[in-house]
Design a binder for this molecule. Structure first.
Ligand SMILES: Cc1cc2nc3c(=O)[nH]c(=O)nc-3n(C[C@H](O)[C@H](O)[C@H](O)COP(=O)(O)OP(=O)(O)OC[C@H]3O[C@@H](n4cnc5c(N)ncnc54)[C@H](O)[C@@H]3O)c2cc1C
Length: 234
């Protein structure tokens, strides 16, 4: 199977599972009732962590190819960060994603090479680095996703702009541990991310109805909570 496709399957199914689980929580009690399609989507997204090739093994295979430079070229972040590191800038997102991927790959390759030079067999050399390996592959998937996101921001419908920006800021929030661990962002970065996310959400809120309309959802899509409580008679 195409390696990039497998990696994107792993990334997409993790994102789908997180998203549908969040939708369920924010639906309150109706989200837990076996109505609508939320639970079916959640079950499907969960199953696809294994189905179509186990996500964790896909990450390990990808990381191995990255470390060996097997049909893989580390991204070139360039000098930076550009735009004075302003986290509103798509160029900064790309710089950070490329920089962190490159640093993690270099560290992974170095650590496996050191273990081999110290006489460890290939299994042991890799087995001691699986956490870094999986995260390195995730960094590659993230960078690929952000490159697509930035193109969509430039060329896609204007209405989607705040959604894409929110996604990029959520990426910074979610991966802050790796970004800080690699020294790509300074301490305190999350305060800035949270403030910017609040700005984007303020811009997004008045457009929620237009975005929902764009999803072409069947009506009605909600049920009153009272209607699903046992013994309620509703
Ligand atoms: C809903 C569903 C539908 C499916 N449909 C199809 C289908 O239509 N056709 C088909 O051919 N297959 C299908 N499969 C099978 C699917 O491809 C396999 O489940 C998948 O490849 C994982 O293999 P496995 O089940 O043997 O689990 P394993 O490979 O045994 O993995 C189980 C766990 O062990 C971990 N693990 C395994 N090896 C290692 C390792 N070396 N290091 C660290 N951790 C490891 C994995 O990360 C995972 O958490 C389906 C699976 C599911 C769940």
């Amino acid at each position: 199977m195409d390696r990039d496709l497998a990696l994107l399957k792993a990334a997409a199914t993790v994102q789908a599972q997180e998203t549908v689980s969040m939708c369920r929580v924010h639906c309150g009690a109706p989200g837990f009732a076996a109505v609508e399609r939320l639970n079916a989507y959640r079950g499907l997204a969960h199953a696809y962590q294994n189905a179509g090739g186990d996500n964790e093994l896909i990450l390990y295979d990808t990381a191995r190819a990255m470390a060996d430079l097997d049909r893989y070229a580390p991204p070139e972040p360039g000098a930076g960060p550009p735009d004075e590191g302003d986290l509103r800038s798509p160029r900064v997102w790309l710089f950070l994603a490329r920089d962190v991927e490159r640093r993690m790959r270099d560290r992974l390759a170095g650590r496996v090479a050191d273990a081999r030079a110290a006489g460890r067999d290939p299994f042991t050399a890799w087995n001691g680095n699986l956490v870094l390996a999986a995260r390195t592959a995730v960094a590659c998937a993230d960078r690929t996703m952000l490159e697509i996101l930035v193109t969509s921001l430039e060329e896609g419908p204007e209405l989607l702009g705040p959604v894409l920006r929110l996604h990029a800021l959520n990426w910074l929030d979610r991966r802050a541990g790796d970004l800080l661990n690699e020294g790509v962002v300074p301490a305190g970065v999350l305060d800035e991310v949270w403030a910017l996310r609040a700005e984007v959400c303020d811009a997004l809120a008045p457009r929620a109805a237009d975005l929902a309309a764009g999803l072409d959802l069947p009506a009605p899509i909600t049920a009153p909570a009272a209607g699903i409580l046992p013994g309620d008679g509703g």
